[in-house]
Design a protein around this ligand. Structure first.
Ligand code: NBP
Length: 483
């Protein structure tokens, strides 16, 4: 139903896949929704195909669109991230009044959101950068939403977003995350964790396929079974579906006809870059980004495959297949746990750096539904932060420490097996190194500090007394205290 005279509670600008699905979600949930797209064809198409799903108020100009909104006006931008978003923000800020709220629901880089929030606030309007997860399906049926921006805008925006978000046990998968860029920051890290989660699933598949010699359909059954236990999650569920799928053209397993070159849209890379900038070791996420980059290095890979690189001695799998499957399950669980623990570390560091005061419990709550990394496991993460919101690391929670007791030996065996089989398992292996580094009483960083002092007089701290020291390396090698 469309009514040009009715004022809308919310508006959506940008009616490609995400925007039109989000607009339909608003309308289906009882909101009158104003819709506008730069080229009017998309607006017409939406109304024609779905106008009966609820109350839509279509406009062909941004001025009419703004005039069709009830005050304080609230408009969500769902256009291509980058310059297009800036252009639409400018048009809306121009046409709107003081106190109106502009929401960017695209995948913006959080530093852009910080900048935009400042600019829009200077023009007397509110700006909310909201991370929206769940893809097209989530936008239509209930995404997880991570809005940042000023707390006041949450007062008016909250109930509308709650009406369309996914819902788990009566709790909507949306909450105010923190000021300015906080929402887009946590969405970025969510996507980074998603990269790592997908990669560890991929590594498990690779080991079962080429280590244990299993067929995709058989592995699909293994993933189905895993989905009823600790690993119960959307990503494990869809992995079973993909592995069971046959290519409609050839009848071969679909996974065998898909090119093994994975793309990366940017958020995973941003998470890795930000981890480096903040000095947070998000090794699982970074390795996942590198693994995708390596998969797409087709020229190098084909040169290396032509027998150019020695493989060394490759061993056959020498353990019982069912034992190996269970070991791989546990290694997958362990590496996934590390990825989440590292992701939450990055969020904590970002929150401190930018003064956002992000509560990790909120994220473990809203990520339980709607988003790509939704998993049963998030209930455990929520319980961990409920017990201690200042956990030094997620893996130090008593429940997860207990889990790691059961996971550590299988995890080590799988990394050894992958090495002997000559199969890549970059996140399984690097996560184990990270874990052993955290546990280690002494790290080679002592030697590195010695090297740095040798070539650059960078000085070092001592274990036995306070102060900063230097050795006169090119002189008499005496010790001097520099402060
Ligand atoms: P796209 O990212 O493909 O963007 C297309 C939309 O942007 C169209 O409505 C287009 O209008 C509009 N647009 C462009 Br391009 N330049 C514009 C400009 N200068 N002024 C006004 N409008 C402009 O759409 P999408 O895939 O629906 O994604 C929307 C946002 O949601 C993106 O930021 C994306 O990163 C994010 N996101 C997407 C997903 C997903 O699964 N696809 C998931 C989560 C978040 P036109 O019709 O006139 O060309």
């Amino acid at each position: 139903m469309t009514d040009k005279n009715e004022l809308a509670q919310i508006g959506v600008v940008g009616l490609a896949v995400m925007g039109s699905n989000l607009a339909r979600n608003f309308a289906r949930n009882g909101n009158t929704v104003a819709v506008y797209n730069r080229s009017p064809e998309k607006t017409h198409a939406l109304i024609e195909a779905h106008g009966e799903e609820g109350n839509f108020v279509p406009s062909e100009t941004i001025e009419d669109f703004v005039a069709s909104l009830e005050r304080p006006r609230k408009a969500i931008i769902m256009v291509k991230a980058g310059k297009a978003t800036d252009a639409v923000i400018d048009q809306l800020a121009e046409a709107m009044d003081e106190g109106d709220v502009i929401i960017d629901g695209g995948n913006a880089l959080f530093t852009d959101t910080i900048r935009r929030e400042k600019d829009v606030a200077a023009r007397g309007k509110h700006f909310v950068g909201a991370g929206i997860s769940g893809g097209e399906e989530g936008a239509l049926n209930g995404p997880a939403i991570m809005p940042g921006g000023p707390k006041e805008s949450w007062e008016t925006l909250g109930p509308i977003l709650e009406s369309i978000a996914a819902n788990v046990d009566g709790t909507p998968c949306v909450t105010h995350i923190g000021p300015d860029g906080a929402g887009h920051f946590v969405k970025m890290v969510h996507n980074g964790i998603e990269y790592a989660d997908m990669q560890v699933i991929g590594e498990a598949y690779q080991l079962l396929r080429y280590g244990a010699g299993m067929e995709p359909a058989e592995i699909a059954e293994v993933f189905r079974e895993w989905n009823s236990g600790d690993l119960d999650s959307y990503l494990i569920e869809i992995t079973a579906e993909v592995l069971a799928q046959k290519d409609p053209e050839t009848g071969a397993p679909l996974v065998d006809v898909i090119m093994d070159a994975a793309g990366q849209k940017g958020t995973g890379r941003w998470t890795a870059i930000n981890g480096l900038e903040l000095g947070v070791p998000i090794t699982g996420i970074a390795e996942s980004v590198f693994a995708r980059a390596l998969s797409s290095s087709t020229a190098q890979r084909s040169a290396a495959q032509e027998g150019q690189l020695p493989a060394g001695t490759i061993k056959e799998l020498d353990v019982d297949k069912s034992e190996f499957i269970e070991d791989v399950r546990r290694a997958l669980y362990a590496a996934k746990l590390i990825a989440y623990s590292q992701g939450f570390d990055e969020i904590k560091a970002g929150s401190e750096e930018f003064g956002w005061d992000v509560d990790p419990r909120d994220l473990a709550t809203i990520w339980r539904g709607g988003c790509i990394i939704r998993a049963k496991f998030l209930d455990r993460i929520r319980a961990a932060y409920d017990k201690n919101a200042d956990l030094p690391a997620l893996i130090l929670d008593p429940y997860f420490k207990g889990e790691l007791e059961d996971l550590i030996d299988p995890w080590r065996r799988v990394v050894v097996a992958a090495t002997q089989l000559g199969l890549p398992a970059p996140v399984f292996a690097s996560s184990l190194s990270y874990y052993d580094s955290l546990r280690a009483e002494r790290l080679p960083a002592a030697l590195i500090q010695g090297q740095r002092d040798f070539f650059g007089a960078h000085t070092f701290k001592r274990t036995d007394k306070p102060g900063t020291f230097h050795i006169e390396w090119s002189g008499d090698r005496s010790l001097t205290q520099t402060d």
